[in-house]
Design a protein around this ligand. Structure first.
Ligand code: SF4
Length: 307
């Protein structure tokens, strides 16, 4: 390269030429902004269609609907609306939603404002009734403090058609919709993925579950979840080992090394105890060999005395 060549490379770009090039590219359909805008508009139209066509009469067994502070993972500290489903296909020894895993109650307990007496709707709950409760909660939220909606459980993906219809109906409210799931049902995730914004996926450890988990299912789950925004939560008991965590970290890194991962020491129950503080530091340190965003975080709603 000669000195003159370098000068011409370093010269500032001709702005008019750049503008003309963008315009010409746009006319030819290659302008990235045009393409992105068209994709967003198409997505919006599709969401509107899904919301209009959603079967409002579908029903599923719910446990409760209320608003509180999210106590786990990426949205910890944010106020959310929680729609809690009944039933779960796992059976974690530390489960803190045992009420949601027994027979569904005859009525769903709902609370429009924290600290205010609740009311009920019939169970199994119709999509239409749930929408009504969510709107009632939002009506009381004059400060717009509510950040997002959490579809939680139990395991919401045991009712994929209902979750899809409900999420489609909730979308016009313009709050992000997060699915909290045990991360073991990739086929069902596929059915709802188009209607949700965030996936909060658990990665259950064999040691803490006391049995081997379906490795292929959780890998596929995480791969599919990449089509939306996703983060992973790993509940740690005093049974967790470095070896199994190394394996789990490698599986997550193979999908996305930048995926946020939350190491959550179990809140002590009769069936499980958390690791010690030094172990938690070590478990995070070995994660950082492969992953970029790993945080140790307990359940803060328990500290705050909230649901
Ligand atoms: S996946 Fe969640 S709801 Fe199901 S048993 Fe485990 S902790 Fe409980």
């Amino acid at each position: 390269m000669t000195v003159d060549d370098r000068r011409s490379d370093d010269a500032p770009p001709d702005e008019e030429a750049v503008e003309a090039a963008i315009e010409e590219a746009g006319e030819n359909g290659f302008n990235a902004y045009v393409v992105a805008r068209e994709a967003i508009e198409a997505q919006f139209r599709e969401e509107q269609r899904m919301a209009e066509e959603a079967d409002m009469s579908l029903r599923a067994p719910l446990h409760e609907i209320f608003t509180s502070i999210q106590g786990e993972a990426l949205f910890a500290g944010m106020q959310q609306i929680f729609i809690r489903f009944c039933g779960c296909d796992l059976g974690c020894p530390w489960c803190d939603t045992l009420d949601a895993r027994v027979e569904p109650p005859a009525e769903v307990w709902c609370q429009a404002r924290p600290g205010v007496r609740g009311f009920t709707i019939p169970n199994p709950a119709a999509v239409e009734d749930v929408l009504g409760v969510v709107k009632r909660i939002l009506k009381h939220d004059r400060e717009h403090a509510i950040h997002s909606i959490s579809l939680t459980g139990g395991e919401p993906l045991m009712h994929p058609e209902y979750v899809s219809a409900l999420a489609a109906t909730l979308r016009p409210l313009e709050l992000p919709i997060m699915l909290e799931t045990n991360g073991q049902r990739p086929d069902d995730l596929q059915k709802v993925l188009g209607m949700i914004d965030w996936v909060a996926a658990d990665y259950k450890l064999d040691s803490s579950m006391g049995r081997p988990m379906d490795d292929a299912a959780r890998r596929e789950f995480l791969r599919l979840a990449q089509y939306k925004r996703v983060f992973v939560k790993i509940v740690l008991t005093d049974q967790a080992t470095e070896e199994e965590l190394e394996e789990v970290y490698a599986q997550i890194a193979a999908v996305d090394p930048a995926c946020p991962v939350f190491l959550q020491p179990v809140t002590a129950t009769a069936g499980a105890r958390p690791p010690g503080g030094l172990e938690l530091i070590r478990f995070r340190a070995i994660a950082m060999k492969r992953l970029r965003d790993v945080r140790v975080m307990p359940q803060i709603h328990k500290v705050l005395g909230l649901k």
